[in-house]
Write a protein that binds this ligand. Structure first.
Ligand SMILES: *Cc1c(COP(=O)(O)O)cnc(C)c1O
Length: 431
């Protein structure tokens, strides 16, 4: 029985919502006894997040004629609701693309009335982590001059150099600063309010455009009140959808102004997206099932209420924190972010000593125990473990994932403080 499935057979956890199935699994990497695996898999990377059953069901609809007024109304309603989520009176434009699509669409289009970036202009980007650095590379490829503001990758961005870069810009070549709100690669939250304070201190009128792909719909984001001029978001994090849809929030701009200048753009152009016609709005065939699912996904935070959502994330984050504090007692494990106030409530990045061979531990958690944990990207590859704890998560899932992490560490002989799961339960119980 084991022989036929010994090689090349993998079950990477069953998606939540599937009924339990039993699989006899033989790891090709070890001499361990076959494991009778049953139950549901848990997905804990920082994205894509788990898609709840009701959203999956919303996908399962026959295709419709997307040229109808009904469908156009459905799209418009979703986009209006999406604008309310990060609390902006601006408009939301949708792109049938991953978050990277919106990250390119934002700088090549107007950020507000008459606010277009031209070739040769300067954009400062605080180098907070892999996602910030990737954005810098992207706009550079578009012909923009990027000023990379160096910053400690274990703390929130350093405001001094940001203020200085803007103070030195007497000729006002800087039109806009691009910054990442929650840098998923490090688990650090960079408060956009502090960035605006730095720009004000330099008496600089630069626009502030924020990558809010990770935190949207999970933690507080007040676009207008915090004087953020534009934002980008994606479908597969807080919105619990699969990847493939992304959004730009910006103030409306008269098409005659928007068409006058700026960077070259065609299908990313935002003017056509003002049209009610659905194929114009998406510059092609709209992703029809994704829109149905988006409608379903938007109903969830609307029902739970933003106050409850914003309270749940720190609560579950606190439970993870309690386990990590206990395990870190050995010195082989630590929290990556050195500033406790800047640790993102949407996910933790834990630093491991290289001897731990983290990627093998992650593989084991995934393949044998059905728990997907995030690895590191960029310079911390192999050294950081990322535990996403955002959105569709409860008191059963958090100790479940942490229990498997502890199990894997114990089986691999990695020194760690004991009692992490107990500390999680105590944190959830508030005592
Ligand atoms: C996930 C993520 C992205 C990338 O989104 P894609 O959909 O993969 O393009 C960008 N920025 C941040 C902060 C993210 O968390």
């Amino acid at each position: 029985m084991g022989a036929e499935i010994r090689f090349g057979f993998r079950i990477v956890g069953l998606p939540a919502g599937c009924s339990a199935a039993t699989v006899r699994f033989v790891s090709p990497h070890s001499n361990e006894a076959p494991l009778l695996r049953s139950g549901r898999g848990l997905v804990h990377p920082s994205g894509p997040t788990d898609t709840p059953e009701r959203v999956l069901r919303a996908f399962a609809r026959a295709s419709v004629d997307f040229g109808t007024a009904d469908f156009a109304e459905l799209v418009a309603g979703c986009l209006d609701e999406l604008a309310r989520m990060p609390r902006t009176r601006g408009r939301v434009y949708a792109y049938a693309a991953p978050g990277h699509g919106a990250r390119e669409a934002a700088p090549v289009n107007p950020m507000g009335p008459g606010e277009l970036m031209g070739p040769g202009e300067t954009v400062p980007v605080p180098e907070a982590g892999r996602f910030a650095m990737g954005w810098a590379e992207m706009v550079e490829a578009l012909g923009i001059r990027v000023v990379r503001v160096p910053t400690d990758k274990q703390r929130p961005v350093d405001l001094g150099p940001i203020e200085a870069a803007h103070r030195l810009d007497r000729k006002r070549r800087i039109r806009c600063m691009l910054a990442v709100h929650v840098e998923t690669s490090t688990g650090i939250r960079h408060d956009p309010r502090t960035l605006r304070v730095a720009l004000d201190a330099a008496c600089h009128p630069a626009l502030l455009v924020v990558d809010a792909i990770a935190p949207l719909a999970s933690i507080r984001l007040e676009t207008d009140a915090w004087r953020i001029d534009g934002g980008v978001a994606g479908s597969q994090k807080g919105l619990v959808l699969p990847p493939g849809l992304s959004f730009v929030a910006a103030r409306p701009c008269a098409p005659e102004v928007a068409r006058t200048a700026g960077l070259p753009r065609r299908d990313w152009d935002r003017c056509c997206r003002e049209e009610a016609d659905s194929s114009e709005r998406f510059s092609g065939t709209p992703p029809v099932p994704m829109i149905f699912a988006l409608r379903g996904a938007l109903d969830i935070p609307a029902e739970e209420g933003s106050a409850t959502v914003f309270a749940r994330h720190p609560r579950l984050a606190g439970a993870v924190r309690a386990a990590v504090a206990r395990r870190g007692a050995s010195g082989a494990i630590d929290v990556h972010c050195l500033d406790p106030d800047a640790r993102a409530d949407t996910g933790r990045a834990l630093a491991f000593a290289p001897e731990v061979e983290l990627d093998r531990r992650r593989e084991r958690a995934r393949e044998r125990h059905g728990v997907g944990l995030g690895g590191a990207i960029g310079p911390f590859r192999g050294r950081l473990l990322r535990i996403g704890h955002l959105v569709d998560l409860d008191e059963a899932m958090v100790p479940g994932a942490l229990g498997v992490l502890e199990l894997v560490l114990r089986l691999s002989g990695v020194p760690h403080g004991r009692g992490g799961v107990g500390a999680t339960v105590a944190a959830l119980a508030g005592r």
